[in-house]
Design a protein around this ligand. Sequence first.
Ligand code: SAM
Length: 282
Amino acid sequence: MLVATPIGNMGDLSPRAVDALRTAALVCCEDTRRTGKLLHLAGISARMAVANEHTEAARVDEVLELLSGGHDVAVVSDAGTPGISDPGERLVRAVLAAGHAVTAVPGPAAVVMALVMSGIDSTRFVFEGFLPRSGGERTERLAEVAAERRTTVMYEAPHRIVRTVHDLHRTCGPDRRIAIARELTKLHEELWHGTLDDAVAHVSETEPRGEYVVVLAGAAPAAAADDEAIRAAILAELGSGATRKDAVATVTARLGAAKRRVYEIATALPREPAGRTNDETR
Ligand code: SAM
C-alpha cells in the first residue's frame, strides 16, 4: 500500500495513513531515520526497510514474500506521495506483475497543492518533475516546456530556482504567467505569482531558501496567420530549396494554418519564385 505522508505539516498525516502504517508488517521507506521520526510522532512502532532509488529493486522479493503470506506492506517516501519524483514506482510494477493488489492512502503532493493555489489553468496540466540540470537535455526540455499548451508544473531545488526562472524567461518570453510556491504547508509558506519578467526580479530579491514548485501557464495558441504571412513563409521555404510540397507541410506546421489554405496560396504562386526552380517534382 502506498501511503502519502506530510510535505511539511504533521497535521496532514491522515488517520488512514496512521492506520496503514500501524498495521503493516513492513514499512518501506527512503530513510529509516526520517520515517522513524514520523512513526515516533504518530506513536507507531513498525519494522522499516530501506527502499530508496538504489535499493528499491532489491527489496522486491521480500515485499512479494510478505504479500504472498497475506501481510500488508506500506511504502512511504521522505515526504508527500511515493512515486511522485520519489521511489515507489518499481515496487508497484513488481507487485502488480506478481498479481497482487495495490492500494493507496492519498494525501499531500506538492505538485497538486501548488497547481491549485497558482490561479493558473488547472483543467489540463503536465508534471515535469525536476528539469534536467544541464546540457542538451535541459535545452531540449526547456524548448518542450516553452511550446507546451497545457500548464506545466515543475519541482526545483533552492540553488537552481534563479537559473530556472531565467531560462524560462529566455525560452518562454517575458509575458508568460508563472507561480512560484515555496515551503508549502510550512511556517514560511509562500505563493508568488506574476509574469516571467516580474519573476526574474522576484527571485533575485531574496536568497532562495526551502523547497520550490514552479507552475507555468501554457503557451498561447499561435495567432491565425494571414495570407501575406503564409505567402512570405512559403516563399522563404522555396527560396531555401524546399519543394512546394515540403514548403506546404512546413508552413502548415509552423504557422498552425489550415493546410488547404496554405496549399491554395502555394499553388497560386508563380512556378519559379525568386528565380528558383522548385516544384513538386524536386
Ligand atoms: N513526493 C513528493 C511530493 O509528493 O510532492 C515530492 C518529492 S521530491 C524528491 C521533492 C521536491 O518536491 C522538492 O524539491 C520540491 O520541489 C517539492 N516539494 C516537496 N515538498 C514541498 C513543499 N513543502 N513546498 C514546496 N515544494 C515542495
